[in-house]
Design a protein around this ligand. Structure first.
Ligand code: SF4
Length: 238
C-alpha cells in the first residue's frame, strides 16, 4: 500500500530525475505549481480509514510504502508521520513492513535520519558514483555531491539499503549510461565502503519524462548484481 504525502496533481522533489515516473517537477502546468503537503493529521486519518477497510475485507497489506509524488522526507512533519504510521501498522497490520523510498538528500537532518532508522526498510538512492552523472540522471535542485551523500549514508548504520536505477539512452543530445564499466566499478567501490545490508536494483518500468531512455536488460542487471554479491552484500533485481 502506497502513501503519498503530496497531493495527486503535483510533484515536489529536490531532484528532478530524467526517469521520474511522476514527470518533471511542476511540468510547466500552473495547477501543478500549487504544491502543498498533505497535513500529518489528514495522512493519519486517511491511513487509519484505509487500514480499517482492508481489515474488514481481510486483505491487510504486506507493506506500507512511502513513495508518491516526490521526496517524502521533504515533508516538514515526516518524522511525526512515520511515528503515526508505525503505531497504525502495529494496531491494524502488525505483519506489514513500513518502507520509505528516498533520494537520501536530507539524511543529514537528525529528524529525518532517526525517522528513517525507525522504519523496516528505508531505501536510499544512489544512481551513480560520479557527480556529473548524478547531475544528468537526477538533476539535483540544490547543492549536491556524491562525497557528501556517501558520508551521510555512512552514518546510517546497519539498516542501510541502497536503491539504484540503471538506464541508458540519450538526453539533451548526449549519451547517458550508468551501466558502463567505469560507472559500475565506481558504484561498487562505494558499496564496498558503505557495506549496506542490501542493494535494490531496477530499471525503467513506466513512461519517462525524458523520451530517449532505454530499459537495461535483466541479464545485464543480473551480471551487475553478481558483482555486488561478491562483496557479501544482498542484491535484488526488479
Ligand atoms: S527522487 Fe524520486 S520522486 Fe524525486 S525526481 Fe527522482 S524519481 Fe522522482
Amino acid at each position: 500500500m502506497g502513501v503519498n504525502l503530496l497531493p495527486i496533481n503535483s510533484k515536489l522533489c529536490n531532484f528532478d530525475c530524467i526517469y521520474c515516473e511522476c514527470g518533471w517537477n511542476a511540468d510547466g502546468n500552473p495547477e501543478k505549481i500549487q504544491l502543498r503537503f498533505n497535513a500529518a493529521e489528514e495522512v493519519h486519518s486517511e491511513l487509519e480509514k484505509r487500514l480499517r477497510e482492508l481489515q474488514s475485507e481481510n486483505n491487510l497489506p504486506d507493506a506500507i510504502t512511502f513513495a508518491g509524488n516526490g521526496e517524502p522526507t521533504t515533508h516538514p512533519h515526516f518524522s511525526q508521520i512515520v511515528d503515526d504510521t508505525l503505531a497504525l501498522r502495529d494496531r491494524y497490520a502488525p505483519q506489514a513492513k513500513v518502507c520509505v523510498l528516498t533520494n537520501a538528500t536530507l539524511i543529514q537532518r537528525p529528524s529525518v535520519i532517526s525517522a528513517l532508522q525507525k522504519v523496516d526498510r528505508a531505501m536510499l538512492k544512489l544512481d551513480s558514483g560520479f557527480d556529473e552523472t548524478v547531475k544528468v540522471l537526477n538533476n539535483p535542485q540544490g547543492d549536491f555531491s556524491v562525497a557528501k551523500l556517501v558520508a551521510a549514508m555512512k552514518t546510517f548504520g546497519e539498516k542501510l539499503i541502497v536503491q539504484t536505477m540503471f538506464l541508458r539512452g540519450m538526453y539533451k543530445g548526449k549519451p547517458v549510461d550508468n551501466t558502463t564499466s567505469e560507472e559500475v566499478n565506481r558504484w561498487l567501490e562505494i558499496l564496498k565502503e558503505l557495506q549496506p545490508r542490501e542493494v535494490t536494483m531496477y530499471t525503467i518500468d513506466r513512461e519517462t519524462p525524458a523520451k530517449d531512455l532505454e530499459k537495461i536488460p535483466l541479464e545485464k542487471l543480473e551480471k551487475i548484481a553478481k558483482k555486488v554479491r561478491v562483496l557479501g552484500i544482498i542484491a535484488d533485481v526488479y
